[in-house]
Design a protein around this ligand. Structure first.
Ligand SMILES: *Cc1c(COP(=O)(O)O)cnc(C)c1O
Length: 435
């Protein structure tokens, strides 16, 4: 308890109203799917520790790669210098990303990778001497917590306090959908968004820098799916005005939605992609903003002013890059694809049934390794109390969960077995049945 007292006295935790929060659980080690606390209790990590862990906690191959790299070169400035771990991760990612994505800009977290995409987009038009300043985004989008990333996120608890500081973004309604949704309803919702977008484009299309979207699924606003056809249509419309398309694959990248990247569901390559969370398998902070050659070429000049003068101290940290290389090898192993397919299979067996069996649940959603459902609003009168109740009961029964508002979801590391996932569903069903 002593250590927790120091925590309570001096550590300011993220996204937490500390006055209302219980003493944080002290996790001492992790192995595969499991986290272990100081009393020896184990928890199945059903949310991949904020969506970062791919192959399980403390994976020995990634740990070893980091150790070996740390004994060789821990860091070097990245302007005027380079190193093999950075070169080698880029070489590998080139193989699995769309061919048009050719220039890799390193940073260290998801928000920064978005911030960089927005700045590159903005400066791209400046360098080409075209006046463009607007961005397009979607209601419910979450692109991070820095000022630029908040500006292109939909209004939410994360950003409403800072509204006056944020720059102008056109927020289009997001036609979310779920398993067993009504065709007519979703078509109407999509038409509504597309009309809204078309109206904006007619006025401001030629003044718009970029359109940013989370392909197929919005994470933070509650694992909300949309149809790939819808996003394909959005891209066609904005492309009529040469607007840049940014895919934020910070959550969806590296197999989370089944294929290596969610863009494969849409079958369109963006002009810029943002990657972070799963990049290092969840071991170290590292991020990439990858752009097309055409964008890069607009910065290629003898004038310093046209260069992209942006950097962070830990850019392309060799340890992060070596973790990413080791995680990549595990990701590309045929076993990993099979594991992800197994997870989706169990989700499809269990999640729709869970919702069918419990009348206070609705909107089952499944995409790859992610499965979610929503607790009906009449049950959510005391939202914080209820989610706290579900989370603490789950912990008692050995499941680490974290609700997103009224959304309950599983987003497990790929090492979970079929049996473990079924057991997790059994526990979840029991908890939700006894609210
Ligand atoms: C988590 C997330 C971010 C922000 O990443 P951080 O590393 O938390 O800054 C941005 N976009 C999406 C889609 C995310 O899920």
């Amino acid at each position: 308890m002593l250590e927790q007292q120091t925590d309570i006295a001096h550590i300011w935790h993220p996204f937490t109203q500390e006055k209302m929060e219980k003493v944080p659980l002290r996790i001492q080690y992790g192995k595969g799917l499991y986290l272990y606390d100081d009393k020896g209790n184990s928890y199945k990590d059903m949310i991949s520790s904020w969506w970062v862990t791919l192959h399980g906690h403390s994976h020995p191959k990634i740990a070893k790669a980091i150790f070996q790299q740390a004994s060789k070169l821990e860091h070097v400035l990245f302007a005027g210098y380079t190193h093999d771990p950075a070169i080698n991760i880029v070489k590998r990612l080139r193989v699995i990303l769309p061919d048009n994505l050719r220039k890799f800009f390193f940073s260290d977290n998801g928000s920064t990778s978005v911030e960089i995409a927005l700045k590159i987009g903005y400066q791209y038009w400046k360098n080409r001497e075209e006046e463009r300043k607007y961005f397009i985004s979607f209601e419910g989008a979450h692109h991070g917590d820095t000022i630029g990333a908040m500006s292109v996120s939909g209004p939410s608890l994360h950003n409403s306090m800072f509204k006056e500081l944020l720059f102008d973004t056109k927020i289009i309604s997001y036609p979310y959908t779920w398993e067993g949704d009504n065709e007519e309803r979703i078509e109407k919702a999509e038409r509504h968004s597309l009309d809204h977008l078309t109206q904006f484009l007619q006025k401001f299309g030629s003044k718009t820098v970029a359109c940013i979207l989370e392909p197929c699924i919005q994470g933070s606003s509650g694992m909300r799916l949309c149809r790939p056809e819808f996003q394909r249509r959005v891209i066609e419309l904005v492309k009529e005005y040469n607007i840049l398309v940014i895919f934020d694959e910070v959550m969806t990248g590296f197999g989370r939605t089944g294929p290596l990247f969610a863009l494969e569901h849409i079958a369109i390559a963006p002009d810029i992609i943002c990657l972070s969370k799963g990049l290092t398998g969840g071991f170290l902070p590292c991020a990439l903003t990858v752009t097309s050659q055409e964008i890069y070429d607009a910065f290629w000049s003898t004038s310093q002013e046209k260069a992209f003068l942006h950097m962070h101290s830990y850019v392309a940290n060799p340890l992060g890059c070596s973790a990413a290389i080791a995680s990549y090898s595990l990701l590309l192993h045929p076993k990993c694809k099979k594991a992800r397919e197994e997870i989706e299979k169990v989700h499809r067996e269990r999640m729709p049934n869970l919702v069918k069996n419990l009348h206070h649940l609705q909107y089952p959603r499944i995409l790859g390794t992610v499965a979610a459902c929503t607790i009906r609003s009449d049950k959510m009168l005391y939202r914080e109390v209820l989610s706290e109740k579900i989370q603490s009961r789950a912990l008692q029964k050995g499941l680490l969960l974290r609700l997103l508002g009224d959304t309950v979801y599983f987003l497990p590391p790929y090492c979970i077995t079929e049996k473990e996932l079924h057991l997790a569903y059994d526990v979840l069903e029991e908890i939700l049945d006894n609210l």
